[in-house]
Design a protein around this ligand. Structure first.
Ligand SMILES: C[S@@+](CC[C@H](N)C(=O)[O-])C[C@H]1O[C@@H](n2cnc3c(N)ncnc32)[C@H](O)[C@@H]1O
Length: 292
């Protein structure tokens, strides 16, 4: 019994119905390995809402998007940090950005557009902005804009605030911390130079909208929570939304294997880079299993 005098109960059937609803609306799959996590978070949410029976919660979240979103917030995994994969960000700085800069300047195109999909509390898009500042330099004739999206309104609020504890800055050098953050008591606030490069917006990847073409798409550690069909559809959409020669960045446990799109793959600094071919005729659907 909780302090509020409630002893919430969730039957297996109700848990199954919730899992189905969550997958339909957000794409997130709670398989057996994550069942206990789901149940304990849902029971906490029922306590918070003063609900005793799972059927009451089901009714509430089916009728109200606000209630569904409030429950979903408790179920999202939002682990992230600055320069989360240092080798990937150094390949981005040393290979990808110089390659894009050279082609852009040759084509007299001054806009560099980057998407960070599933950006959580902002560490990823601000790391992208920091990498651009370091690789491209302030006098470059290239204007970078980073669109950063997530399904979580709470995470986006933290991202907009841009204030972080020391722990998530562990991969940054002290020069990077002093160049790009202002110390406010025990926290670190992102300076306007990075902040002005990033725009945050809510977006559910299970209902992906066309946001224009991008030179780079980062979607790291998001699709691992989705089913195979949504994963495949998303990677095909990202491929379409990339400019020819654009790059896709995935998490370490994610790949484009068995998805009918063509990416050229190179290993740089121990990191696998996925590049959409520059030559459009090379983008034809290929045999399953290619492109791992
Ligand atoms: C583990 S975090 C990854 C953060 C960052 N990309 C990184 O790799 O450090 C996963 C993020 O995906 C978001 N997410 C989960 N399902 C989503 C969906 N359907 N649409 C958009 N974002 C989603 C979560 O809210 C969370 O912020």
């Amino acid at each position: 019994m909780s302090e509020a005098g409630i002893n919430p109960v969730l039957t297996d059937h109700e848990a199954r119905e919730l899992r189905l609803l969550i997958e339909q609306r957000s794409g997130i799959v709670f398989d057996e390995s994550r069942e206990r996590f789901l149940t304990s978070r849902v029971l906490e949410q029922m306590e918070r809402k003063g609900l005793t029976y799972g059927a009451e919660l089901l009714r509430l979240v089916r009728c109200s998007n606000v209630e569904f979103d409030s429950m979903l917030e408790r179920l999202l995994t939002q682990e992230t940090s600055f320069l989360r994969y240092p080798a990937l960000f150094s390949a981005f700085q040393q290979h990808v950005l110089p390659d894009l800069q050279e082609r852009k300047l040759r084509d007299r195109d001054h806009a560099l557009r980057i998407l960070s999909a599933g950006c959580a509390s902002g560490e990823e898009p601000y790391s992208i902005a920091l990498s651009v500042c370091e690789a491209v330099g302030p006098r470059a004739e290239l204007e970078a804009s980073i669109m950063a999206t997530d399904i979580s309104h709470e995470a986006l609020e933290r991202a907009e605030r841009g204030v972080y504890g020391r722990r998530v800055l562990a991969n940054l050098s002290s020069a990077q911390i002093s160049n790009y953050f202002s110390k406010v008591e025990d926290s670190y606030e992102v300076k306007p130079q990075l902040r002005s490069m990033v725009k945050f917006a809510p977006m559910n990847l299970a209902q992906l909208m066309y946001l224009g073409r991008f030179d780079c798409i980062f979607c790291m550690n998001v699709m691992i929570y989705f089913g195979a069909e949504l994963r495949s559809n998303l990677i095909q959409s990202f491929h379409r939304y990339l400019e020819p020669g654009g790059y896709l960045f995935l998490g370490h446990a994610e790949s484009v294997a068995n998805i009918p799109v063509k990416f050229n793959q190179t290993i740089m600094n121990g990191t696998r880079l996925l590049q959409k071919p520059l030559d459009q005729s090379a983008c034809h659907i290929r045999a399953a299993g290619d492109g791992r």
